[in-house]
Design a protein around this ligand. Sequence first.
Ligand SMILES: C[S@@+](CC[C@H](N)C(=O)[O-])C[C@H]1O[C@@H](n2cnc3c(N)ncnc32)[C@H](O)[C@@H]1O
Length: 240
Amino acid sequence: MDRPVTPARPHHKLTEDGRRMREVLSYSRRGSRFTPRQAEAWAAHHEKWVIPDEAVDRPGFALADWFGREAPLVVEIGSGVGEATAALAATRPAHDVLAFEVWRPGVADTLWKLAEAGASNVRLCGVDAVWSMEHLLGEGQVEELWTFFPDPWRKTRHHKRRLVDAAFARLAASRLRPGGLWRLATDWADYAEQMQEVLGAEPGLEGGVIERWGERPVTRFERKGIEAGRAITDLCYRRR
Ligand SMILES: C[S@@+](CC[C@H](N)C(=O)[O-])C[C@H]1O[C@@H](n2cnc3c(N)ncnc32)[C@H](O)[C@@H]1O
């Protein structure tokens, strides 16, 4: 999809008097320093797999240019260190997989896994996925959406930062094609409840809790949840 104008992305929005605008985002900025292994992965592979942040500001930004083809699109939000991304993308060579992750060391770790898995159908993007879903993706463009173990934002005063809320559900439903799937997983019971509540109330979606999706690899955050004794909930919704 070609885009004629470039709306300001998060961290680039200014108030009228030039101060940085306060924004409610689903992530906090964590350290971006690389370990030597991450630096090596970045140097070796970023040109092939990473879409530079500034690229999305350019008028005419088109995903197909970055994938080098037009193919059904899978979007993952919060790919972490890329365990699910690499394994699932490698079994879907006919799909393009666009993985959003704002934490650069995680993106660097993902690069090793993509190289090992030979997943040439993945592109990684470090720009806020909510902004990107709204401004870079068109209605009905997404075949499947994955949000595995989104940040739980456990304190009540932080719940407004949770990725899966009513506004995002509306946006995600609009980006999915009819029949397209949104797969989610969480290890936090109250977030699983919130997901069922807001996705159940979204008229464009139908679905609910499912058995663990067998294809989904165990990720770092799933392991943490299991080790802490938390139950894992998988959910799947279909765009009506
Ligand atoms: C709890 S971790 C889960 C990572 C991985 N899915 C797993 O299961 O191990 C959530 C990740 O989502 C990323 N994230 C949160 N909000 C995001 C956003 N709006 N855009 C891109 N990445 C985001 C965070 O940086 C973090 O790495």
